[in-house]
Design a binder for this molecule. Structure first.
Ligand code: UDP
Ligand code: MG
Length: 323
């Protein structure tokens, strides 16, 4: 495949998806063959331990279209997507999950829009199947919170399933931030963007690899990556409590002068101290979140480590330059 022109790259992160991979490969292949253009299927193995790794390597031996990128450990979904983009060669790159929640049959719809001239075509979940109410609720809240407090226009109910034009991919590949939120990043770069509705299917096999802990981390990355709002919160709270005390001082003086005994005693003091102490600690924590991320950036370690790669495939120059 080296040096050969590729029209479409399908990039799928895989973390312990042994039971889905075969079916994913079959369905994707059927759809891509119908499109009738050259394509490659990039599997980013994100530190699987269930045999997915061996399966991917075997597939790559049987089919030269399959491009394996085997990570040295689990680096997370967002980073796996990044590696997929780094190594992709296609004129357009389609990012999709390997668990078949993003049906490959939607790809032709994305491609049609791309051919109309859109550089980013994202798939909008009009329905979601087989997911818990908790997941749907937290996801809905998450998208709305992000839309509210960030300054980029991140479309609602859109996951990572999307098609990106080469120009957009090259732009994204220059953005080497560590705590990444690819959806926000594609919204941030601009270009002509459009959504295509689709029905998000239930998982083909296995369980979600996104426990609440990972979702929470993603939410923090999204918020800190695209908004200073939490930092400004301390300022707002500061003004608010200063404002309250400015009003309270003359009120208390007046009450005392008129012999009123309200606001006497330790309880009042204690509550005020605890309240302010709480706000201060929370503000410190928020500062810490940003500072920690800054520290990670300063260390500038590589975003991911590849253990094994398709033969003849070179490490993208981007890695050496900017990582
Ligand atoms: N995934 C990954 N690394 C991780 C977690 C997930 O590469 O640490 C992959 C996973 O194999 C799947 C995709 O990312 O192909 C989406 O994950 P999942 O289906 O678990 O998330 P959900 O659809 O439940 O949000
Ligand atoms: Mg899934």
């Amino acid at each position: 495949m080296v040096g050969q022109k590729v029209t479409f790259s399908v990039a799928a992160p895989v973390f312990n998806e042994i039971d889905s991979i075969d079916e994913f490969y079959r369905r994707t292949q059927r759809v891509m063959q119908e499109l009738g253009e050259s394509w490659e299927l990039i599997f980013i193995d994100d530190g699987s331990t269930d045999g997915s790794t061996e399966k991917i390597l075997q597939m790559a031996q049987d089919d030269p279209k399959v491009v394996p990128i085997i990570f040295a450990r689990n680096f997370g979904h967002q980073i796996a997507i990044t590696a997929g983009l780094d190594y992709s060669k296609g004129e357009a790159v389609i990012i999709m999950d390997a668990d078949l929640q993003d049906p490959p049959e939607v790809i032709p719809d994305l491609v049609a829009r791309w051919k109309e001239g859109y550089e980013v075509v994202f798939a909008v979940r009009s329905e979601r199947e087989g997911e818990s109410w908790f997941k749907k609720l937290t996801a809905a809240l998450f998208y709305r919170l992000i839309a509210r407090i960030t300054d980029v226009n991140i479309p609602l109910d859109v996951g990572d399933f999307r098609l990106l034009d080469r120009q957009v991919v090259n732009t994204l590949n220059q953005m080497r931030e560590r705590h990444r939120f690819p959806r926000g990043m594609t919204a941030w770069v601009g270009f002509r963007q459009i959504g295509v509705p689709y029905k998000r299917a239930a998982r083909y096999a296995g369980e979600t690899k996104y426990p609440f802990r990972k979702m929470f981390k993603l939410a923090l990355d999204a918020i800190t990556g695209f908004s200073y709002f939490p930092l400004q919160l301390a300022t707002y709270m500061g003004f608010l409590s200063a404002g309250i005390s400015a009003i309270a001082i003359p009120v208390v003086i007046l009450l005392r002068l008129t012999g009123n005994e309200a606001f006497f005693g330790q309880a009042t003091t204690l509550i005020a101290v605890l309240f302010l102490g709480g706000i201060q600690l929370i503000s410190l924590g928020i500062l810490g979140e940003y500072l920690g991320r800054l520290y990670d950036e300063a260390k500038s370690r590589p975003l991911y480590i590849v253990r094994e790669l398709k033969k003849g495939r070179n490490t993208p120059s981007m890695d050496k330059k900017n990582d």
